[in-house]
Design a binder for this molecule. Structure first.
Ligand code: DGY
Length: 320
């Protein structure tokens, strides 16, 4: 059987795959150009892909022999799962293992914004330390008793609750379905409407999937409801935010700042409007990027592929 990887994966995984399959790894431009992907998928039985690949109907239908798509991610909004399913192609993914790492990244962005970490680092390197000795200079904000608003209370949202509780933050949330009263009590969180989440939070963190319902749900109208001192964090999916509107809100200081790990079209570069702003922290989609987590993701991604190609139940399968 032939398989295609749209990018290099861990060496142990490639070695493992090569024992069983004829393996082709794309090493050129990332994401893999669509024409190339379409031509390469034609004779493949399996595909291992990444969140920035667009596995749309054109790609799926070009894969006339394709049986399995295994994504190295928990998110699968980059795959047209409906088309895949209509063709009998099964999609595997890697949830759970990256929950903690992504929640850690969320806290890292919150702390970096509240305590001005990137600014402080720059200041020291640029010989400006002696300019900030005054009592009002270079002050950040306490996390203690500030309100964290979480949009999307799934696995990652709950892991953020655990961490933010340790910092003694007040936590409110909004989710498509409200949790049970018992679970809210156990987590120490309060359910609020979507609009109130933005109105009342000192920092809003996004943890919902990208779906047609959440597409660009965060727009200027909503950002205008936020406190001028508030921050916005996104470690979920870039397409949940209207980036033009966020840039406007940051430029006009409608909100104080943002910490983003994900973008509408990845990768972004220095020409992106966000790259010119000083009230935003940018990360290169690294929520799951720890040694331990990425290895586990690779293990699951190849295992899902192997099991599915052997007509067995995978570890994790996307259900449509
Ligand atoms: C995922 O797995 O969907 C993450 O965004 C990748 O880091």
């Amino acid at each position: 059987m032939k398989i295609l990887l749209t990018r290099k994966i861990h060496d142990f995984a490639i070695k493992e795959l090569k024992k069983k399959y004829d393996v082709e790894v794309h090493t050129g431009k990332i994401p893999m150009p669509k024409n190339l992907l379409i031509s390469k998928i034609k004779d493949k039985d399996g595909l291992i892909c990444y969140p920035y690949d667009s596995i749309d109907a054109d790609v799926i239908n070009a894969g006339t022999k394709l049986r399995v798509i295994s994504t190295y991610s928990v998110g699968y909004d980059h795959i047209d799962v409906k088309t895949a399913s209509s063709r009998g192609i099964v999609v595997g993914y890697t949830p759970e293992v990256l929950t903690r790492a992504t929640a850690d990244m969320t806290m890292a962005l919150i702390l970096a914004l509240f305590r001005r970490i990137p600014e402080g680092d720059k200041l020291v390197r640029n010989d400006k330390w002696s300019t900030i000795f005054g009592p009002y200079e270079f002050l950040g904000t306490d996390l203690y008793q500030k309100t964290l608003g979480i949009f999307g209370m799934g696995r990652i949202g709950k892991a953020v609750v655990k961490r933010a509780s340790g910092f003694e933050m007040n936590i409110i949330y909004h989710n498509r379905t409200r949790l049970t009263k018992n679970e809210e009590k156990r987590l120490g969180i309060k359910y609020v409407s979507f609009e109130n989440l933005f109105r009342d939070s000192d920092v809003v963190s996004i943890h919902s999937p990208h779906t047609p319902q959440t597409h660009e749900i965060i727009n200027l109208k909503l950002l205008n409801k936020m406190k001028r001192t508030a921050f916005l964090i996104n470690t979920a999916r870039g397409k949940i935010i209207n980036e033009k509107d966020l840039a406007t809100a940051l430029k006009r200081r409608i909100i104080a700042g943002a910490g983003l790990d994900v973008f509408q079209k990845e990768p972004i570069n220095s020409k992106h409007p966000f790259a010119k702003m000083d009230n935003i922290i940018l990360m290169p989609h690294s929520g799951s990027a720890t040694i331990e987590t990425r290895r586990k993701m690779a293990e699951i991604a190849i295992k899902n592929l192997e099991l599915l190609l052997a007509d067995k139940k995978p570890i994790y399968q996307v259900i449509v």
